[in-house]
Design a binder for this molecule. Structure first.
Ligand code: S3P
Ligand code: PEP
Length: 441
């Protein structure tokens, strides 16, 4: 599907979708236990991939009419899947499920779409092999398809921290179900660190203890997954909220940048209660760009109005998924925005530094790309509508949709259906805020 978006203001109230990261973890944690209900889950292409993996290991999942998932788990003992596990586009699914596969007494094969089959899995495969499983890439290049033979015993292992925090998450999840536990030492500085906190918080909610050590993390073996009261409720997703907040900050109904800050529309986002998500830093970043955000944390409501923006310097070491949103805010802001500590953003569904540089160029925005950073030379008046490519990547599509709100003329985004990965009703949400969108093939 392609979408053509007309520039214009936004206003009204919209609810944040549930967190993708928490939903993946809750489905898998429930799968590792006996029985649990996951309330308010995100039901998207990526989280469905994790649900299918739980079923492949012997669990069963029923989706109630209220959207909650009733999960019957495999109680710490995954069975050998009857078929290859297809993780489609989801890195989280592939990393976490690969580690769970290493607990099974037999062989699991995992694959994914072309994007996922190009992402790095080598450090996780090496770690699982060191812990007693045999885990390898069919092509011997550290990429899927993967073949995992378990069971693994656990033990001590070293892994790099600067490729993906999902390796740490995966080893903590599976380590709790090994005999010996896992003592995980980081060889390099941990990037995307808040995601490990999301993991540890969720594991604790399922009764699984982990601890931070001097050089990494550790989890005792022989633990069980049991949510305290049988139900786990998923909080809102701050990566998804970033597109809504950015839309609220930039979309002043003025095209070409001459009279920004007219206060044309107030945008209210509900479902934004604080959690361990690092991407809640978007609230501070948007404020620093110049559009103050009001955040009622008890109520979980964010309120924003458009304002003139100025460029900032921002590190995405902890928050890689914010880069596309920050790049668009930088394009609209006056002056230079430097997005630094960003090398790991190149290992996502696509190389997002490169993808944003090339798509912003089509909209008339100049950028400077380095291995570890993206500098955007912003000026709202230079954004010109064009046909841009979503690179098969949900976050690129959604960020470009925000840029389209202030471009001079219509913007067509190719491959817009990829929003289904994390925010399936993204375009409905935009339309509900007054955005004019034409969906076509
Ligand atoms: O664990 C998670 O839920 C995620 C971790 C991050 O990946 P990396 O740890 O690979 O940077 C993030 O980019 C991804 O969208 C979700
Ligand atoms: C990188 C992402 O997810 P994953 O690693 O699960 O594919 C994302 O949602 O931006």
């Amino acid at each position: 599907m392609d979408v053509t978006i007309s520039p214009g203001p936004v206003g009204g109230t919209v609810s944040a979708p549930p967190s993708k990261s928490y939903t993946h973890r809750a489905i898998l944690a429930a799968g590792c236990g006996q029985r649990a209900v996951v309330a308010d889950p995100l039901w998207s292409a990526d989280t469905r991939a994790t649900a299918r993996a739980v079923e492949a290991f012997g669990g069963s999942i029923e989706r109630r009419t209220d959207g909650a998932l009733e999960i019957q788990g495999f109680d710490g003992g995954p069975t050998i899947p009857g078929d290859v596990i297809d993780c489609t586009n989801s890195g989280t699914t592939m990393r976490l499920v690969t580690a769970i596969a290493a607990l099974a007494d037999g062989t699991t094969v995992l694959t994914g779409d072309a994007s996922l089959r190009s992402r790095p899995q080598g450090p996780l495969l090496d770690a699982l092999s060191e812990l007693g499983a045999t885990a390898r890439s069919t092509r011997g290049n550290g990429q899927a398809p993967l073949i995992v033979d378990g069971p693994m015993a656990g033990g001590t292992v070293s892994i790099p921290g600067d490729v993906s925090s999902q390796y740490v998450t995966a080893l903590l999840f599976a380590g709790a179900l090994t005999d010996a536990g896992v003592d995980l030492r980081l060889e390099t500085e941990l990037k995307s660190a808040p995601y490990v906190e999301v993991t540890r918080e969720l594991l604790a909610d399922f009764g699984v203890e982990t601890r931070e050590t001097t050089d990494g993390f550790a989890v005792e073996g022989g633990q069980s997954y049991r949510p305290a009261d049988g139900t786990y409720a998923v909080p809102g997703d701050f990566s998804s909220i970033s597109y809504l907040l950015a839309a609220g900050a930039v979309a002043d109904g003025d095209v070409g940048g001459a009279t920004a800050g007219t206060g044309e529309g107030t945008l209210e986002i509900t479902g934004a209660r604080p959690s361990a998500q690092g991407d809640s830093a978007i609230v501070e970043h948007v404020t620093e760009f110049g559009a103050p955000v009001e955040w009622d944390r008890d109520d979980g409501t964010l309120t924003i109005e458009p304002a003139p923006l100025s460029g900032i310097e921002v590190s995405v070491a902890d928050t890689p998924d914010l880069l596309p949103t920050l790049a668009v805010l930088g394009a609209v802001a006056d002056g230079e925005t430097s997005i630094v500590d960003a090398e790991h953003v190149r290992y996502k569904e696509t190389d997002r530094i490169d993808a944003m540089a090339s798509e912003l160029a089509k909209l008339g925005v100049e950028t400077t790309e380095e291995r570890d950073s993206l500098t955007v030379h912003g000026d709202e008046s230079t954004l010109t509508g064009a046909t841009v490519d979503g690179h098969g990547d949900h976050r690129i599509v959604m960020a470009l949709a925000v840029a389209a709100l202030v471009a001079d003329g219509e913007t067509t985004i190719r491959g817009a259906e990829h929003v289904d990965v994390s925010f399936p009703n993204f375009f409905d949400a935009f339309e509900s805020l007054g955005v004019v969108i034409d969906r076509h093939e």
